[in-house]
Every structure is written in C-alpha cells, then in structure tokens.
Design a protein around this ligand. Structure first.
Ligand SMILES: [Zn+2]
Length: 97
C-alpha cells in the first residue's frame, strides 16, 4: 500500500513504514555484537509489543495508525528482535563450547 510507505524527497520506499522501521532497528544488531552488550531476553520480547499492539488494534479496526507510529514501533521491534537474536545465539554458542 503506497499510502503506508515512507516518501523521502519524492521517492517512495518499496517497503511499508513498519518494515522500514524493523530493518532500521536491525541496524542496531552489529552494535550489540561489537559492544558485547548483553541485554536481557525479556527486554527483547517486551520491545516487540508496541508494534504488535499498534498492528493488532489497527487490524481489529479499533483505531488507525500512522506512518510515524508504524516506523517508530518498527524500529523498537527491530531492536528487540536484535536483542533476542544476539541473546539466543550467544546462549547456543556458550552451550556448544
Ligand atoms: Zn511492511
């Protein structure tokens, strides 16, 4: 849906605002790896909830989201998923070693 994509200087991004935010959140993934910042798994799970609530309440037609909210909750969700991926893979590595 073009109306749900971000337009930057006249160019409409191919992904929706939410997915663009998730990808932007994934950019924090290498920072977690490099710094060795070991954030708790529950925080990673918790950070997914704003996007889930935003998407779910819109799907249920309780309210209408907007691209700014989609993008911001997407970034938060992408960062949360990065925490989960780094935490779980770190756990697997230490289990195998
Ligand atoms: Zn999307």
């Amino acid at each position: 849906m073009k109306s749900r994509s971000l337009t930057i200087m006249g160019y409409t991004l191919p992904l929706c605002a939410r997915c663009t935010g998730i990808l932007a959140g994934y950019l924090l993934f290498p920072i977690l790896l490099i710094t060795g910042w070991n954030l708790p798994l529950w925080l990673g799970i918790l950070l997914n909830f704003p996007m889930i609530i935003d998407g779910w309440t819109q799907k249920k037609k309780y309210r209408m989201s907007n691209n700014t909210l989609r993008f911001v909750t997407g970034i938060v969700c992408g960062f949360g998923q990065s925490i989960i991926i780094v935490g779980v893979s770190g756990g697997i590595i230490s289990f195998v070693e």
